[in-house]
Design a protein around this ligand. Structure first.
Ligand SMILES: *Cc1c(COP(=O)(O)O)cnc(C)c1O
Length: 360
């Protein structure tokens, strides 16, 4: 056992069991004499790994028929561009909901390609909540509605799925992917980078409804066209093979945790424990409206920011790593993804308690 707990927002902690298995299989995968990294992506060994990962992902999320699951490169950021390139289909604009830093990045990128209607925003209260769905000013002619289901930096998570009628709902779930069950049938596209909750950096997962594939204009290069990727089963070019393999190990680990219902229970328990502690005094503070507090990313500030450096130095000594908040907001942030054990959260709270005692 490693005696540290890693609270990084991403790339982030992976289950120790998975890392050990990957290490055991590093030089010789299942008697093949090859590392997964060395395999041809067209060979039967890797094709098997790829197909199993896809099947396990579909099983975990209960992805319905009529949706493709793609393993792509370019991270979630490439999807910020691919989504308008593929979904506009002759329309001029799309609706975006602005709940924080990642929403803003998606909006900015879409703005290069189409007219963006910001249908709702929580800028008025420093992005500390998700605007009530009934207040959204949706455009019925929009090509799609884009949301970020979990703002990794602000620690703001949707507590439901909006109803956008016939307009496809497109969701960035990078930082709460597979942390809870999700009704995929409510979405046109669900996408995210792998490095927050699923595996190594270098891969994005896109789950897309079949009717949204094949709408890209003639000018869109094949590598940016969902249709080309779907027709090639995510092997239009060399896929991120090692990333798919490790993600596949994580999917199997999740199945052993009781699937998404099982992991959700643990995520509720871990996050409730930390928020209850933050709310129990005045020394630490989380600004997010209770119903939208993220189960994955928990930002908090100290009553006196002059103590930040001492807090971080002491945490590191106690084996509690990467608690520094995002440079845009300061303070602290504890990311407690699926792979963070309950013990990590308990150790963090114990440290915070001690720190408060000596400094308050
Ligand atoms: C990290 C993150 C991204 C960007 O992911 P990349 O893989 O670095 O492109 C986008 N959206 C959210 C919500 C994120 O947390």
């Amino acid at each position: 056992m490693r005696d540290v707990f890693n609270f990084s927002a991403g790339p982030a902690v992976l289950p120790e069991e998975v890392l050990r298995q990957a290490a055991d299989e590093m030089l010789d995968w299942h008697g093949s004499g090859q590392s997964v990294m060395e395999m041809s992506h067209r060979g039967k060994e890797y094709m098997g790994i790829h197909a199993q990962a896809e099947a396990d992902l579909r099983e975990l999320l209960a992805v319905p028929d009529g949706y493709k699951t793609l393993f792509l490169q370019g991270g979630a950021t490439l999807q910020f561009a691919m989504i308008p390139m593929n979904l506009l289909a002759g329309r001029t604009g799309a609706d975006y909901v602005n709940t924080g830093e990642w929403s803003k990045k998606a909006i900015k990128e879409a703005g290069r390609l189409c007219k963006v209607n910001v249908a709702a925003s929580s800028a008025d209260r420093n992005f500390s909540y998700v605007p009530a769905f009934s207040d959204w000013k949706l455009d019925p002619a929009a090509a799609y509605v884009h949301v970020c289901m979990n703002e990794t930096i602000g620690g703001v998570e949707f507590d439901g799925i909006p109803d956008t009628g016939d307009v496809p709902l497109v969701a960035d779930v990078s930082s709460n992917f597979l942390s809870r069950p999700l009704d995929v049938s409510r979405f046109g596209i669900v996408y995210g980078g792998a490095q927050k909750n699923i595996g190594p950096a270098g891969m994005a997962i896109v789950i897309i409804r079949d009717d949204l594939i094949g709408q890209a204009g003639e000018h869109v290069p094949a590598i940016l066209d969902y249709k080309a990727h779907a027709e090639a089963d995510s092997m239009l070019n060399t896929p991120p093979t090692y990333g798919v393999y490790v993600a596949g190990l994580v999917f199997q680990w999740l199945k052993r945790q009781g699937g998404l219902a099982g992991i959700e229970k643990r995520n509720i328990e871990k996050s409730a424990m930390l928020y209850d502690y933050l709310d129990s005094g005045d020394f630490y503070r989380n600004p997010v409206e209770k119903r939208n507090r993220s189960r994955m990313n928990v930002p908090f500030t100290l009553a006196d920011s002059a103590l930040d450096e001492a807090f971080l130095a002491g945490a590191k000594k106690a084996g509690l790593l990467q608690l520094k908040g995002h440079r845009s907001v300061g303070g602290m942030r504890a990311s407690i993804y699926n792979a963070m054990p309950l013990e990590g959260v308990q150790r963090l709270i114990a440290y915070m308690r001690d720190f408060e005692k000596t400094r308050a």
